[in-house]
Design a protein around this ligand. Structure first.
Ligand SMILES: Cc1cc2nc3c(=O)[nH]c(=O)nc-3n(C[C@H](O)[C@H](O)[C@H](O)COP(=O)(O)OP(=O)(O)OC[C@H]3O[C@@H](n4cnc5c(N)ncnc54)[C@H](O)[C@@H]3O)c2cc1C
Length: 462
């Protein structure tokens, strides 16, 4: 049945826009309320000189068909890739297949290149399932690997070096994927999520093209910071900081997990206790980016990643060679978890000083940078995090529990509600279309019920 309802979607990130587009296509009267003065949320394209850079998401993870272990995606593209095809948006392959064809360049102190850390990581991964069997929900990733004897798996057999490699692997390989430290990540549920097959792509002209394509023909109102959602009556009232009241039949809440954890939005009545518990238990991770532009390239041009393994004191373990894909002399450096939280409180000058020190350890001839751009997601009022993870103590049911609707009036979407693709832009997209499908289903069953009761009424009336 064509949807006749008024729906409000809170948040114009990829999940909110995907939900709104689907509901709009079904005929619903949809309004998107966005707190910022721009679309995209944690997709945020910026400019340094003539260089287009993404401060939030950069990659479509997997542009092939199908997702690991999920039948429903058989022969279907990653939905974000489908959006690029439908809208003729150009993307660019970084490396061909997840994991094995990236060229990783490693340093271990004093510029010395180390042996194959990639293989060490693979060995780690292969033993994960066995280790997980004995883990419970309070076992962290760090606990899980504390029993893993790495020295037998490496060629050097140097215990100190091996310990540093192990720490590095946990901090950067897993840390990068889940935006959290190994002592916070659930050992039980790590790597239980899915991924789309195929190459990884970036957007030479910015990821923002995806939100823009989704927002076409939608009614999106910017600068509407929602502070109250009252669902105590038949319809729902959504109230903004500037005092506007929007009325709707149903509402989709897509604000980030860290916003749900904060008291920015008051729900009347309060959210059910079990939902509050799940919000509390899940982790809102942090990962920040630093783009540095140079006059010329002084690093290995053919590398994808320049990785620095430290004895725990260096905070810039991974750097992407942006030159390889854009031919611009740019490096993209990352920090994660507690390091990112520490940097978030520091000045640009101090942060860049530390980054340059790491670069000069790898490349003593490194020149000074000419321009930079740095993200600070924990200080961003409408994000307060990068992406979400299953924290120690949480289970895979918690994202599901956050996603569940309340009284068929308040629905939830966002990367944090999608266990299979937690933390990703495609996970956010899928959570949005899932919430929209649920609304259409609930609308239709409501509609059928009212047809039946009208029919009964007419029968008895005659
Ligand atoms: C540094 C970084 C790198 C990343 N890299 C990748 C990557 O390479 N590939 C990938 O797939 N994913 C990546 N991600 C994750 C990806 O960006 C997110 O998972 C995805 O964009 C989240 O979409 P969302 O719709 O769930 O949330 P958001 O994009 O955060 O959207 C929520 C919206 O709600 C709005 N909002 C919040 N509070 C209010 C309020 N009170 N009233 C009204 N509006 C409000 C926000 O402004 C925002 O627009 C990265 C994220 C970060 C931060």
């Amino acid at each position: 049945y064509a949807c006749k309802e008024k729906i409000i979607v809170i948040g114009a990130g990829v999940s909110g826009l995907a939900a709104a587009k689907k509901l709009h296509d079904e005929g619903c009267d949809v309004t998107v309320l966005e707190g910022r003065d721009r679309l995209g949320g944690r997709i945020f394209t910026s400019q340094v000189g003539d260089l287009t850079i993404d401060m939030g998401a950069s990659w479509i993870h997997g542009i092939g068909k199908g997702a690991d272990g999920l039948k429903e995606w058989e022969n279907k593209y990653n939905p974000l890739y489908q959006v690029t095809l439908d809208n003729k948006i150009t993307t660019l392959a970084t490396w061909q297949d997840e994991g094995d064809t990236e060229s990783l360049y490693f340093w271990y102190k004093g510029g010395e290149t180390t042996y194959d850390v990639g293989t060490v990581f693979k060995n780690f991964e292969n033993s994960l399932e066995d280790l997980q069997e004995e883990a419970d929900i309070n076992t962290s990733l760090k606990d899980l690997y504390s029993k893993y004897d790495l020295t037998k798996k490496t060629s050097k057999g140097d215990a100190k070096v091996d310990q540093n490699i192990k720490d590095y692997t946990l901090a950067y390989f897993y840390g990068f994927e889940y935006a959290a430290d190994a002592d916070q990540l659930s050992g039980k549920y790590i790597d239980n999520d899915s991924y789309f097959f195929g190459p990884e792509h970036i957007f030479p002209d910015g990821y923002i093209q995806i939100p823009k394509a989704l927002a076409k023909n939608l009614n999106v109102i910017l600068n509407q910071k929602v502070t109250k959602i009252d669902y105590s009556k038949d319809s729902v009232n959504v109230i903004t900081e500037n005092g506007k009241v929007y009325e709707a039949d149903r509402v989709v809440v897509t604000v980030p997990l860290a916003i749900l954890k904060s008291n920015m939005i008051t729900f009347t009545p309060q959210l059910p206790k079990s939902k509050q518990d799940s919000i509390e238990k899940m982790g809102a991770g942090l990962m920040d980016k630093l783009y540095l532009e140079f006059e010329d390239v002084f690093w290995d041009e053919e590398a994808d990643w320049l990785d620095y393994i430290s004895d725990g004191n260096v905070k810039w373990g991974i750097t992407l060679n942006y030159y390889k894909y854009t031919k611009k002399p740019v490096l993209l450096m990352f920090n994660i978890g507690k390091d990112a939280r520490e940097f978030a409180e520091m000045s640009d000058e101090d942060v860049i000083k530390q980054a340059m020190e790491t670069l000069r350890t790898m490349y003593p001839k490194a020149t000074d940078y000419v321009a930079y751009k740095r993200s600070n997601w924990s200080h961003d009022e409408f994000a307060r995090q990068a992406y979400s993870f299953v924290k120690i103590g949480a289970t895979k049911k918690d994202p599901l529990n956050i996603a569940s609707d309340i009284d068929k009036k308040i629905y939830f979407a966002g990367e944090h509600t999608n266990f299979n693709f937690l933390g990703s832009a495609h996970g956010a997209y899928i959570s949005g279309t899932d919430a929209a499908s649920k609304i259409i289903e609930d609308y239709n069953s409501n509609f059928e019920q009212s047809l039946v009761s009208n029919f009964m009424y007419l029968r008895f009336a005659f």
